[in-house]
Design a binder for this molecule. Structure first.
Ligand SMILES: Nc1ncnc2c1ncn2[C@@H]1O[C@H](COP(=O)(O)OP(=O)(O)OP(=O)(O)O)[C@@H](O)[C@H]1O
Length: 266
């Protein structure tokens, strides 16, 4: 399991003097998918064994096929492609929400397959911020309590949680909505609460599925500026159909029919 904020060691064991021969500006890989395939069976995730043992006549969807991608600190990677091309599936694998049917996903130096479900959940909580396409906010909680929720799970004290959640909500332009519940907020405001929640743990990797889908142009641009700012010292992956969102990406990965068709600079 990756300890909190575990650094990527730049100094090798046979370098007792601790001299760093690598460029300090070399980007550190945060997450790497190697030859990943994801097959869904009958609308569920059967896992590796289930896929092998599942009924041969069960309908299967090959959502992703032999995809490889590396994402490093300081990078914004845009995932583009038509509806159903596998963008959300790839995001879920990179975030450790699901495991691939074949291939490996490595977070920093940890192969996610080697972790228990509980360890994988912990790693996500500590290191990954996720903005879901459908926000996944808790209806009974205020905007601030929703943003603070990951900090509750991490055991952060109430005062600190309130302070951090309020600061994040102010940063996404919702300083005057902290006490509102999701049902009292517009779709765009809910989306911004979801973005604030994804950032509150100061994650190493931020994953967002259509992060500006519900926003007007001006608010969308404000959120994109925020993603650009936070990408300075972390990795960001954004799946989108939206031109301005893809325009802030350093690299665009294009998917079609579950396969990566191109991965390069714009
Ligand atoms: N849990 C699931 N069970 C069965 N099939 C699934 C599941 N999740 C995704 N799929 C299928 O996998 C394929 C890829 O879906 P995915 O959601 O990754 O595409 P996408 O590029 O994100 O699409 P969109 O832009 O519409 O969100 C689609 O054919 C989809 O129907």
């Amino acid at each position: 399991m990756v300890p909190p904020s575990s650094p990527i060691p730049l100094v090798s064991d046979d370098d007792p003097a601790g001299v760093d021969f690598e460029s300090p500006t070399a980007p550190s890989p945060v997450v790497r998918a190697a030859n990943v395939t994801k097959i869904y069976t009958r609308g569920s995730d059967p896992g590796r064994l289930g896929t092998l043992l599942g009924r041969p006549d069960a309908p299967r969807v090959r959502a992703l096929e032999n995809a490889s991608i590396t994402i490093s600190t300081g990078e914004i990677v845009g995932l583009a492609g038509p509806s159903g091309s596998g963008k959300s599936t790839l995001l879920h694998l990179l975030a450790g929400l699901e495991l691939p049917t074949k291939g490996t996903v490595t977070f920093q130096e940890t192969d996610l397959e080697t972790l228990s479900t509980r360890e994988r959940t912990r790693l996500r909580l500590e290191h990954v911020g996720i903005v879901f396409q459908r926000f996944h906010l808790v209806e009974s909680l205020s905007a601030r309590a929703n943003v603070a929720l990951p900090l509750v799970e991490l055991g952060v004290g109430k005062r600190d949680r309130r302070k951090r959640a309020t600061a994040l909500l102010e940063r996404v332009g919702l300083g005057d909505r902290v006490g509102h519940r999701p049902g009292e907020l517009s779709g765009g405001e809910q989306q911004r609460v979801a973005i604030a929640r994804a950032l509150v743990t100061d994650p190493t990797l931020v994953i967002a599925d259509e992060p500006t889908g519900e926003l007007d142009t001006e608010t969308g641009q404000r959120i994109l500026n925020e993603f650009e700012r936070i990408a300075d010292d972390r990795a960001v992956v954004l799946a989108s159909h939206d031109r301005p969102t893809l325009a802030i990406s350093d690299r665009i990965v294009r998917l079609k029919d579950g396969m990566i068709r191109s991965d390069g600079n714009k």
